[in-house]
Ligand binder design. Structure first.
Ligand SMILES: Cc1c2[nH]c(c1CCC(=O)O)Cc1[nH]c(c(CCC(=O)O)c1C)Cc1[nH]c(c(CCC(=O)O)c1C)Cc1[nH]c(c(C)c1CCC(=O)O)C2
Length: 351
């Protein structure tokens, strides 16, 4: 589909653009009062995710406020483990909790690959509803968690841990973890393929916890499963750009780029100039303002935007973003100041 604003898709393919495209991870969320209002209409967070009309309403909220260059599906990475029957709950102040975490071979064997148009149809219905509402205006990003990140939640059962259960599985019974990750790779591959069929224009894999692994364990348990997803998507939807984001994954950028993905998400602990020197001939880069910088006063935010743009430097292949999700305490006007600064300052880098 030809889009009115295709800056984001062009930048992901490292094609020339008039200015740097910008969107924010978690752009639809708790920092927006209108989100908090919509959230009250649903019983809880998962009920919101299961309601395609409310998902669409919430997806469009940041686009009504700011001149963003992409929409992202409103959903969560934990829809897949939920569909696998682990009993997901979001506990106030504690984050996600699973009633039935996976701790043994028996539990892992019992896990199936969910049908994206079956148990997860509500997500595809949300994509179709949002696509219909967006029309040809803007690209829509589909997403999933990386197999390693999903496995972390599924084995630990709750956040705030030191990953002792899943890391012990990696050391003690690595074949067991391989078999769980194989099921998750297959599930994520089919899930993203279905989001693309339903109308997503790009796919992003969130590997939030890959950065807690040693390089050898990262290779086997985080990167290889993501590699299988990229290979699947490149086979079934070769024109759809794929973004891989390992939080704290700066040291793995070369190996991530070698998966054949189109772009890498970079957090603020790696400079974009350094990342570009290492992988810039193969992939685009997305990032990398520290979300906490949005707590500073607008003049400081503008200076930080200028620094990030200058650090990436001239030429195509940059998608401006935060280095991680926007925080709930962020003043919405400060997010606006960041987006405006990208619009004002970036054309100088595309002459
Ligand atoms: C680790 C992770 C999760 N979910 C996600 C990740 C990976 C992202 C990353 O690395 O930043 C991904 C995610 N979660 C959400 C989106 C929506 C799309 C977007 O606007 O970017 C995306 C892309 C909505 C959400 N997902 C969640 C919210 C807040 C829920 C609410 O309204 O209470 C939103 C807007 C809930 C969620 N879901 C998850 C957590 C840890 C939480 C917070 C729990 C809490 O603080 O109580 C799991």
């Amino acid at each position: 589909m030809q889009l009115d604003n295709d800056r984001f898709l062009r930048a992901l393919k490292r094609q020339p653009v008039d200015r740097t495209p910008v969107w924010m991870m978690r752009q639809a969320g708790r920092y927006l009062p209108e989100y908090r209002e919509s959230r009250k209409k649903a019983k809880d967070f998962m009920a919101l995710c299961r309601n395609p009309e409310l998902c669409c309403e919430v997806t469009l909220q940041p686009l009504a406020r700011y001149p963003l260059d992409a929409a992202i599906l409103f959903s969560d990475i934990l829809t897949i483990p939920d569909a696998m029957g682990l009993g997901l709950r979001f506990v106030e102040g504690e984050g996600p909790v699973f009633d039935r975490p996976l701790r043994d071979a028996h539990a892992i064997e019992a896990i199936g690959v969910p049908d994206p148009e079956g148990e997860l149809r509500y997500v595809m219905d949300a994509v179709r509803t949002i696509r219909g509402a967006l029309g040809r205006k803007l690209p829509l990003i589909g997403f999933a968690g990386s197999p390693w990140t999903l496995a972390t939640y599924m084995v630990e059962g709750a956040g705030g841990s030191d990953y002792a259960n899943i890391k012990r599985m990696a050391f003690d019974t690595p074949e067991m973890l391989d078999s769980l990750l194989a099921k998750l790779s297959a599930s994520v591959s089919l899930y993203l393929e279905a989001q693309i069929a339903a109308g997503a224009d790009a796919a992003m894999v969130f590997d939030t916890w890959g950065g807690v692994l040693s390089p050898a364990l990262y290779e086997r348990f985080s990167l290889q499963p993501m590699q299988r997803i990229v290979a699947h998507l490149k086979r079934v939807a070769p024109h759809i750009p794929v973004i891989l984001f390992t939080k704290n994954g700066g040291q793995h950028l070369e190996r991530m780029a070698a998966t054949g993905c189109d772009a890498l998400g970079v957090d603020w602990t790696t400079d974009l100039s350094v990342a570009r020197a290492r992988v810039g001939r193969q992939v685009a880069l997305q990032g990398n303002l520290d979300p906490i910088s949005l707590f500073a006063r607008p003049e400081r935010i503008e200076a930080e935007v200028a620094r990030v743009l200058q650090d990436f430097g001239h030429g195509p292949g940059h998608v401006f973003n935060l280095g991680h999700g926007i925080l709930p305490q962020t003043p919405p006007e400060h997010a606006g100041a960041m987006i405006e600064a990208v619009r004002q300052l970036s054309p100088a880098y595309h002459k």
